[in-house]
Design a protein around this ligand. Sequence first.
Ligand SMILES: C[S@@+](CC[C@H](N)C(=O)[O-])C[C@H]1O[C@@H](n2cnc3c(N)ncnc32)[C@H](O)[C@@H]1O
Length: 239
Amino acid sequence: MSHPAKFSAPILDLAFSVLRSEWEGWMGRPHLFDPFAGTGQALHEACTTGDDTFAYSGCEIEASFIEAPGIFHGDATDPAVYPPARGSTPWGWCILTSPPYGNGISDHAVANDASKRFTYRKAIATIEGVDRELADNNLGRHGFRGTQRGGKSVKRAAYWDLARRSVVHWKTAEMVILNVSDFISGGEVEPHVNDWRDVLYHYGWGNQVVHPVGTQRIGFGENHEARVAHEVVVVARRD
Ligand SMILES: C[S@@+](CC[C@H](N)C(=O)[O-])C[C@H]1O[C@@H](n2cnc3c(N)ncnc32)[C@H](O)[C@@H]1O
């Protein structure tokens, strides 16, 4: 099992059509930064294929996931990982990312060979050949599926604390393009998209357009209930 939640082609197609229309006619392109970069391979290919290329970089907290050039080992909650504010290039930089969701892929149960679980931890165990806990600041270890909204779940609190401690550092970006999805939890739809949108609002990203994107979702194993009809791409600009 390799990385369990890579960017899909429809998500990147939508993101790059937004980026190209926003900077249409400009001599240059913004630098793209992915703070939750995973393998980075799909972003690398989207940025470097064809004539209209983009510079990109990203950080990933689990070094074993990294495959693409330009992706380094780092933590999205660390201000030092982010590109410098606009000024070093006239075009600035944009966030283009898909964070771990709070769904079953972020369950942090011990990974064993027999398990059909499709989790970040299981993927790391497969790549490294041994089970271990994920990094403390990995949102992908704080899945809160099955916990109560508005309750006192430690997992929920930890997940959203890390999300806020990441988004706070996005303030010098020109634009945020965020791929996220609702999921099913305890038979109910968890409004994960709106919760992420609220975090963006809180940090000044008040001008938001939500684009639904139909993608193929995981349909097997113990996380099959993580399916909802579509994912979304939130394109956020400052108020
Ligand atoms: C949805 S995946 C991104 C996959 C990526 N778009 C790709 O195409 O490979 C989210 C990634 O964020 C990483 N991550 C979680 N918390 C992080 C943090 N605090 N800093 C950096 N990376 C983090 C996870 O390990 C996971 O690989």
